[in-house]
Every structure is written in structure tokens, then in C-alpha cells.
Design a protein around this ligand. Structure first.
Ligand code: ADP
Length: 505
């Protein structure tokens, strides 16, 4: 048995204790700063609206700042589109639809979508830097996940554009027309790709609005679209807050609304379009149950939990924010999780060693703090990593709540931060009932070494996506979407195509 302490690969120490080897993470251990240079990204000081293939000033001439949540400094300012601007964008999209896009051959459509995919790949570094600057997520996530997955969605749907008769055998497919697309701040570029790629591949034109706190990668995408030579007006990108989104939703010449965001706004949208001809898909909130059985590979499961809730600051609607652990292994799992969150690096989103970046906005940080207070008042036990936080910007330490009741608000409501509520269970039936006892049903996870148990759980759990022995894995060919208050309609895969066509026979 060695007597000296050796660093493990994450910077923890192997501490000999009687006959066991215990991993104990040393919080003083840190990497030298390794920030990505901002010089690879070109950001204009001011952005106009991208309408009909051109940059046009907003009718109101109003602009608002977009800031870096890691230091609260202004990065750029973007236009505030009003109803007149939205109307202009919808008219451009309608004109492009009638005169060009619905007439162009599917093969030609595919060429443009492929071209956009390749250009995203070519400018991946710049896009990743801007995503991390504007949204606060670690560069490792934007570089290795968001941007490549966005490109993959364009590649995937480009492949379908001229094969729709195979996607929908013996059916006639017609595009819907003009799609109004409204996206949130957690995956700005990826959500734009999820929405624009299938719309274009099926022959629709688009008016897209990014979230007010993260507009920059969508505007970069507008530059790419302009350079790609896509016919004018096929994609229009307008910036603004809720009022701009509402102007898109309420515009009479929109045929389809695709929305990702909060359940509250999803309900407003559903009410607004009730009784109109508009089609809709809604991808709303979530409170994913991640379930660890006693027979699971526990270290792997703990890593999956960490990936599911802490990387990305918990800013994921499918985040595994409710952890159910089988009672017999609960102590062990909680100890491992506490050790592991001590080792997470919170800080500069542009540093490649950062695990947890900045919270997206002051408002979101306040929401998280509200829930930390609620959790303590509800009698749960809170544990936070002891890491230090930067002086400026919006930050939250990775947090664990134990002794959480099923009815607790922190177990029922979406927090959208690096906050994990841990509950325990004894039997399969009990945990299925508890996992399903939620207004949401977007995603879930199961950790066990028994295939039969996985099938039993996935059959009975009401969630759109259920990961088994992994978490937060995405592929353009798999559909994603929810049950209950998590919305309806699917994005990704063939299901994502069908949301943009009408089948006429
Ligand atoms: P989140 O809580 O994730 O920010 P929101 O639902 O508030 O979710 O925002 C998601 C997107 O919806 C953003 O682009 C936002 O500007 C837009 N939005 C907010 N309110 C409305 C509304 N009433 N109608 C249409 N879009 C809206």
C-alpha cells in the first residue's frame, strides 16, 4: 500500500485509509488559465435586422445591449424589432416562399442547406467563442457540442430535402408556408439549427427570433446565410424580446409557429393561435428524473448525473434536476456526488478547463437564488461546493439538496440552474410513480445493469426522451419533445420533418 498521496487525473488525491482506497478531491488544486482567444471572433458593435437578405434598421430605431454574463460588460447592441419590422420580415418570407423557395427543385434546396452546414463547420471556432461570450456557457460545451451538433442538423436535413417521398412513402408532401420560430437562450445556435434546417429542407421560409439575452450567434448565422447565397427572404432573423415574439405569433400570414421556451409563454402562444389556421409545435420546460438503481455502475452514474445537471449550468430544459437513488446506495452516491462537485471548476466560460460557466442573466440568477431559499425553507439540506466565485458577473456554485420531499417545490418546479434535488426510493413501482408525478415529461434517465429493467422503466415512464446508462445525448436523427406541460410535437429525425409539411393524400 503506497503511503504518499498521488494526484489522480482530475486533481483529486488517492488517500490510503485502512484497506480501502478513497478518492478525496483537493479543492486547492487548479489548472493554469487556458482561455480561448477572442481574436478569432468578429463582433460588430451594432446589429440591424436581417430581412430579405439585407441588414435593415429597425423601424423604431431602438437598440438594446447584449452583455457578457461572465463580467457584465456590453458586447454589442442589437435591434428591437416591432410589429412593423415583423410585418416586413413576414412579407419578405411570404414573397420568397411564393416566388422562389416552393418552386425550386428539392435538389437545389438541399445544396443550400448543405452549404450552410459546411459554413458553420468552417466558422465553428468563431461561433463557439461568441456562444460562450454571449451566453456564459463553457467553451468546451459550445465548441464540442453546440456548434458541431448545429452543423449536424443542417447536414442531416439537407440529406432529406430531395428524399421526402422516402420519408413519407405514398404521400404527397406540401410545405406549410412561412414558419415563425422563437427560441430561448440556453442553446442559441443549436435551437436555430433545429428549427431552420427542417423548415428549409421541406420548402418553408422562416422568420426566426433568438432570445433577447443571446442574439449574437443567430445574427452570425444570418451572415453565413447571406454568404451562402440563399435566395433573399428565405430566412429572416429579427431580434427583440417578448413583444417581438408575440408579433410573430400574432401575425396573420404565419402558417406555423415553432417555439422553444418556458411553459408559461407556451401557454400564451397556444391561447393566441387557438382558432387560427396556424400549426404549432411547443418544446417547453422539464424536470427530468434521473434514476439510479443499486445495481448501476455507480461511478459512471455519478458522472452522468454531473453531466446531466452541472455542465451547462443546469440551463437545459432536459437537465436531470431530480435524482432518484435507490435507498441501499443513496449514502454512497451522495458522498460521491459531493466529492465530485468539489472538483468542478466554476469560472471563465472561455477557459477550456471550465466545467460550469456563468448564469445567463441576472434575472435567471435571481430565480435560482429564490429556489435555493425555498429549498432550505422546505426543510431540505443544502450542500454547495466551496469553490470561489468571480467578483463580477452572474455565478452560482454547484448545489445539492438532500432530504427532499416529493411534493417540495424544488422537486416539482423547473429551476434552470446547477441545482440538484436528491430523493430516494425502494422499489421500481415506487420510483416510476414518483418520476411520473410531475407536471412535466420531457426527458428522464435510468442507470442499471439490467436490460429488462431499462425496458420496464422506459415503457412506463412518461417522458419524451429516456436515456439509459447515459444522459444528455443528442443526435439529429432522434426526435426530441415532451409530454404534458413539456409541450407537444417533436424536433429531430423524421418527426422533425413532419412538423413542417402537410400530407395531402
Ligand atoms: P425562458 O424562460 O427560457 O427565457 P421564455 O419563454 O421567457 O423562456 O423565452 C423564450 C423565447 O420566447 C424568447 O425568445 C422570448 O423573447 C420569447 N417570448 C417571451 N414572451 C413571449 C410572448 N409572449 N410571445 C412570444 N414569444 C415570447
Amino acid at each position: 500500500m503506497p503511503t504518499t498521496k498521488k494526484p489522480d487525473r482530475r486533481g483529486g488525491k488517492i488517500t490510503p485509509k485502512s484497506n480501502t482506497i478513497k478518492l478525496k478531491f483537493d479543492t486547492s488544486w487548479s489548472y493554469a488559465p487556458a482561455p480561448e482567444s477572442k481574436s478569432a471572433a468578429t463582433i460588430k458593435p451594432q446589429y440591424d435586422l436581417f430581412i430579405n437578405g439585407e441588414w435593415v434598421k429597425p423601424a423604431s430605431n431602438k437598440y438594446f445591449d447584449t452583455i457578457n454574463p461572465a463580467n457584465e460588460e456590453k458586447i454589442s447592441q442589437v435591434s428591437e424589432a416591432n410589429t412593423a419590422d415583423v410585418d416586413k420580415a413576414v412579407k419578405a418570407a411570404r414573397n420568397a416562399y411564393e416566388k422562389v423557395w416552393k418552386k425550386i427543385s428539392p435538389k437545389e434546396r438541399a445544396k443550400y442547406v448543405f452549404r450552410i452546414a459546411r459554413m458553420i463547420q468552417e466558422r465553428a471556432r468563431e461561433l463557439a467563442i461568441i456562444e460562450s461570450l454571449d451566453g456564459g456557457k463553457p467553451i468546451r460545451e459550445s465548441r464540442d457540442f453546440d456548434v458541431p451538433t448545429a452543423a449536424n442538423h443542417f447536414f442531416y436535413y439537407a440529406g432529406w430535402a430531395d428524399k421526402l417521398e422516402y420519408a413519407f412513402p405514398n404521400r404527397n408532401t406540401e410545405p406549410l408556408g412561412v414558419a415563425g420560430q422563437i427560441i430561448p437562450w440556453n442553446f442559441p445556435l443549436l435551437m436555430a439549427a433545429w428549427k431552420i434546417a427542417p423548415a428549409l429542407a421541406t420548402g418553408n421560409t422562416v422568420v426566426l427570433k433568438p432570445a433577447e439575452t443571446t442574439p449574437l450567434t443567430a445574427l452570425k448565422l444570418a451572415e453565413i446565410i447571406q454568404e451562402s447565397g440563399l435566395p433573399n427572404g428565405v430566412v429572416n432573423i429579427v431580434t427583440g424580446a417578448g413583444a417581438t415574439g408575440a408579433a410573430i405569433v400574432n401575425h396573420p400570414d404565419i402558417n406555423k409557429i415553432a417555439f422553444t421556451g418556458s411553459t408559461d409563454v407556451g401557454k400564451i402562444i397556444q391561447r393566441a393561435i387557438a382558432g387560427t389556421h396556424k400549426k404549432v409545435t411547443l418544446e417547453l420546460g422539464g424536470k427530468a428524473a434521473n434514476i439510479i438503481f443499486e445495481d448501476a455502475p455507480l461511478d459512471q452514474a455519478v458522472e452522468g448525473v454531473i453531466n446531466g445537471i452541472y455542465f451547462n449550468q443546469g440551463h437545459v430544459c432536459c437537465a436531470g434536476s431530480r435524482l432518484y437513488v435507490q435507498e441501499s446506495v443513496a449514502k454512497q452516491v451522495i458522498r460521491k456526488l459531493r466529492d465530485r462537485i468539489e472538483s468542478l471548476i466554476v469560472g471563465d466560460p472561455l477557459d477550456k478547463n471550465t466545467d460550469i460557466g456563468a448564469i445567463n442573466s441576472r434575472q435567471q440568477l435571481e430565480t435560482i437564488h429564490k429556489y435555493l431559499k425555498i429549498g432550505k425553507e422546505e426543510g431540505a439540506e443544502m450542500y454547495q461546493s466551496s469553490c470561489s466565485l468571480p467578483g463580477k458577473g452572474f455565478w452560482c456554485r454547484p448545489t445539492i439538496f438532500t432530504n427532499v420531499a416529493q411534493s417540495a417545490r424544488i422537486a416539482q418546479e423547473e429551476i434552470f440552474g446547477p441545482v440538484l434535488a436528491i430523493l430516494t426510493f425502494r422499489t421500481d413501482d415506487e420510483v416510476i410513480e414518483k418520476a411520473n408525478n410531475s407536471p412535466y415529461g420531457l426527458s428522464a434517465g435510468v442507470w442499471t445493469d439490467k436490460g429488462s429493467k431499462i425496458f420496464n422503466m422506459t415503457k412506463r415512464m412518461r417522458a419524451g426522451v429516456i436515456w439509459a446508462n447515459t444522459f444528455n445525448k443528442f443526435d439529429p436523427s432522434s426526435p426530441f419533445g415532451g409530454y404534458k406541460e413539456s409541450g407537444f410535437g417533436r424536433e429531430g429525425g423524421l418527426h422533425g420533418l413532419s412538423a413542417y409539411v402537410s400530407l395531402t393524400n
